[in-house]
Design a binder for this molecule. Structure first.
Ligand SMILES: [Zn+2]
Length: 194
């Protein structure tokens, strides 16, 4: 019985990060011979069936980073207009669980998605118009813009690139995976300092 599962970082053959996969999905990619090469550390050793001819048991060693051929579930990241899906967990992680109005750190349950320019005033539900706010600050701001409410934003919101979004989606990111992702972040990404 395992308590948690380590995630495998899947990349394309050029090393561009694509998505997180489970070790079962990784094993399938090995089986389908779609693994181009591996990096990082060994996470799992899987024992398969016994080969009828050789009498040997097949063994698959799953590493933390897999460069693969073939299709993936992630969206195409080469499109300049690419924006990853917006979700509260990813948004809160982008802002490091800090309310961008009062600057305090909170648990996710005490945070909310604030629309800088409220929807009622024509604001959109997009990465560049949303920030993490504690419920108190969000209630105080209500249906107003920061200027109208006399509140100042502590950081500028940004739309994550695909590599940044993969970081935001990660649950337990290993050091080697983090180094790999960081190498693909934009140079000025605030996520470098995490
Ligand atoms: Zn706050």
């Amino acid at each position: 019985m395992e308590i948690y599962q380590l995630q495998v970082l899947r990349t394309d053959p050029s090393g561009m990060p694509l998505e997180w996969i489970s070790y079962q999905e990784a094993a399938k990619l090995y089986y389908l011979e779609l693994v181009a090469y591996t990096c990082g550390t060994q996470l799992y050793v899987l024992r398969g069936g016994t080969n009828a001819k050789t009498g040997r048991q097949s063994i698959i060693e799953v590493n933390s980073i897999l460069a693969t051929y073939g299709h993936h579930h992630g969206s195409c990241q080469v499109d300049a207009h690419y924006a990853p899906p917006l979700s509260n967990p990813a948004l809160f992680k982008r802002d490091n669980h800090i309310c961008l109005y009062c600057g305090m750190r909170f648990y996710a349950r005490d945070l909310s998605r604030d629309h800088i320019r409220p929807i009622s005033l024509g604001g959109t539900d997009t990465w560049n118009n949303v920030v993490t706010a504690c419920k108190r600050c969000n209630n105080h701001k209500a249906g107003r813009s920061p200027e109208q409410a006399g509140m100042q934003l502590l950081a500028i919101p940004f739309t994550p690139t695909h590599a940044e979004y993969i970081y935001l989606q990660g649950r337990r990111i290993l050091t080697d995976q983090m180094e790999f992702l960081r190498a693909h972040f934009p140079r000025k990404s605030p996520l470098h300092h995490r």
